[in-house]
Write a protein that binds this ligand. Structure first.
Ligand code: AHG
Ligand code: MN
Ligand code: MN
Ligand code: MN
Length: 321
């Protein structure tokens, strides 16, 4: 079995990107340790601060954000960073070739119940001399690498550098990530969907009708029964989709008219869309491929529909009506 270090050494990517991947992955090992200490380290619970997203930050949102920020700042390949937990983009190293966008702790509402959380990252090329927010406003298809680390019963890394998706499992004794799935392939069909059903009455008609038809099962037009899962951490739900297929969606809703979408394009939707597409799946807003969206601002939010290709296409057909 290959270690992550061996895998990266043998891969056909720039030396500078190899270095950056090691920085991200080594920091994720430290985050895995911090998260696993839980109540023992006094790191659970909320702070009194709000982030730019309007969310009350958990202590671990801030701790993990600082861990990644410091590590990336010390990596000369990194020109700048953007994070869910930072109001503005942060300059790192003037001559860095890469911009890193991240969600340091995804699913942070799960942290106090010892349930799934993860870290999501996206790497873009730094193409301009001067670092501004505009430097980050690149389409998702520009990503040179994307991945997540899931802190679950095992700590797992899913990574793409544009050559499929590889999955690694952290060996608890050696503290090395081991390649446990060399080429992830999402089944094209599925009987499993993931959506927060409590928002049902706030969805648009297309999504209402689509989900209603799934729930009707073999008594409706779909003529098969579906099962539902919702982890409340995108990283966990997407990991299930990569592992055994499924459709995951956080659609537009009118619950808060000022905030029609929940998930963030740069830190959540884009990296997950690249992983899903690199595994043979599809990722859309319902009307546009996620990876083709021209971002207008770093904290932009989008509707997300991703997963098994035939099922996503079926869902998109409802949106085309
Ligand atoms: P974060 O913890 O990084 O703020 O992200 C939470 C996101 C996403 O991971 C998850 O799919 C979704 O919020 C859950 O939303 P609900 O609480 O509405 O179910
Ligand atoms: Mn958050
Ligand atoms: Mn998140
Ligand atoms: Mn988060």
């Amino acid at each position: 079995m290959q270690t992550f270090t061996q895998y990266v050494a043998g891969s056909n990517i720039d030396t500078s990107l190899k270095q950056l991947l090691h920085t991200l992955v080594n920091t994720s090992k430290e985050i895995s340790k911090a998260v696993s200490h839980g109540a023992l380290a006094g790191v659970l619970g909320e702070t009194e601060q709000q982030n730019v997203q309007g969310e009350t930050q958990k202590k671990l949102d801030i701790i993990t954000n600082d861990m990644l920020k410091n590590a990336l700042d010390n990596d000369l390949t990194v020109k700048g960073i953007a994070s869910e937990e930072e109001d503005y983009v942060v300059a790192a190293n003037e001559n860095g070739q890469y911009l890193v966008c991240f969600d340091p702790l995804d699913g942070s509402s799960n942290i106090d119940i010892n349930s799934l959380v993860g870290t999501i990252f996206s790497v873009l090329p730094a193409t301009e001399d001067e670092l501004t927010e505009a430097s980050f406003l690149q389409k998702g298809c520009n990503q040179v690498a994307a991945g997540y680390v899931l802190y679950g019963p095992s700590t797992m890394l899913a990574l793409t550098t544009g050559n499929g998706v590889q999955m690694f499992t952290l060996h608890p004794e050696t503290n090395e990530f081991m390649l446990t799935e060399a080429q992830v392939a999402i089944p094209v069909d599925t009987k499993e969907f993931a959506i927060n059903m409590s928002n049902q009455r706030f969805w648009q008609p297309a999504m209402q009708t689509y989900i209603n038809d799934l729930i009707k099962g073999d008594t409706g037009v779909r003529q098969k029964n579906f099962n539902m899962r919702w982890i409340a951490a995108m990283v966990g739900d997407v990991h299930r989709v990569l592992s055994r297929g499924g459709i995951f969606t956080y659609p537009a809703d009118t619950k808060n008219p000022k905030k029609p979408f929940k998930l963030r394009l740069m830190y959540e939707a884009n990296p997950m869309a690249l992983l899903v597409e690199q595994s043979g799946g599809l990722a859309s807003t319902g009307y546009e491929n996620i990876l083709d969206i021209q971002p207008q601002e770093i904290h932009q939010r989008v509707a997300v529909i991703l997963g098994s290709s035939n099922e996503v296409e079926t869902c998109l057909n409802y949106h085309a009506l």
